[in-house]
Design a protein around this ligand. Structure first.
Ligand SMILES: Cc1cc2nc3c(=O)[nH]c(=O)nc-3n(C[C@H](O)[C@H](O)[C@H](O)COP(=O)(O)O)c2cc1C
Length: 194
């Protein structure tokens, strides 16, 4: 495959689209779009979120020591883009975007009602990366949309319909078609390969 070198930059696909919700010491809640987010440990269950130090969200997370990562469904692409361009310092993005904060169960930061998957995190550590801070949040609770559960108890990804961000070319996509089951029930994908 012929390739073009892009140099040191941050082009990489796919990235999740999430809305991180937070609350300040004054009780003001905020949301911001974040795609530099991921699961980084199973024991303890941990999410990492990389935030620029200038974000209002970063300031609030430092104040109250918690945040919620809300998965963005494809139907909320416009709202997510908006929350990634405006700061909570200038306007109440929840009201402007018509999104609903509801109380979380273990942390002070709110869940986003319209999101089908909310991950409650307690800030455990922080790594300095130039203008960014990699925040390590221990997952203390997860809320998954009831309608995503099948009768057998498995989860139907179509209900979550996660919005995927292609950083570098600034496009939002949805998931597309399922390609295969990963290793499960003792069966490896590789064994099925013709
Ligand atoms: C798709 C998308 C992804 C983004 N991901 C991040 C991110 O991971 N980290 C970050 O610091 N800013 C990210 N941003 C920028 C912030 O969302 C933006 O600066 C926002 O206005 C910050 O809001 P706040 O000041 O209310 O916290 C992203 C923006 C978009 C549109």
């Amino acid at each position: 495959m012929e390739k073009r070198q892009l140099g040191p930059c941050v082009t990489f696909f796919p990235q999740p689209t999430t809305l991180v919700s937070s609350v300040g010491n004054d009780g003001q809640v905020n949301i911001m779009t974040a795609s530099w987010v991921g699961i980084v440990s199973k024991t303890p269950p941990t999410m990492a979120v990389s935030l620029n130090v200038n974000r209002a969200t970063y300031e609030q997370i430092r104040q109250t020591g918690c945040f919620v990562v809300n998965l963005v469904p494809a139907s909320l692409a416009v709202e997510a883009d908006f929350c990634g361009l405006k700061s909570g310092r200038d306007e109440d993005k929840l009201i402007a975007a018509g999104l609903t904060p509801v109380p979380a169960s273990k942390v002070a930061a709110p869940l986003l009602d319209e999101s089908p998957l909310n991950v409650e995190c307690v800030l455990r550590d922080e790594v300095e990366l130039g203008e960014y801070r990699l925040l390590l949040g221990e997952i203390v609770e997860i809320h998954a949309a009831e309608q995503a559960f099948t009768e057998s108890g498995s989860m139907d990804a179509r209900v979550f319909d996660p919005l995927v961000y292609l950083g570098g070319i600034r496009e939002y996509w949805n998931l597309g078609q399922k390609q295969a089951d990963a290793y499960k029930d003792g069966k490896q994908l590789f064994e099925k390969k013709p």
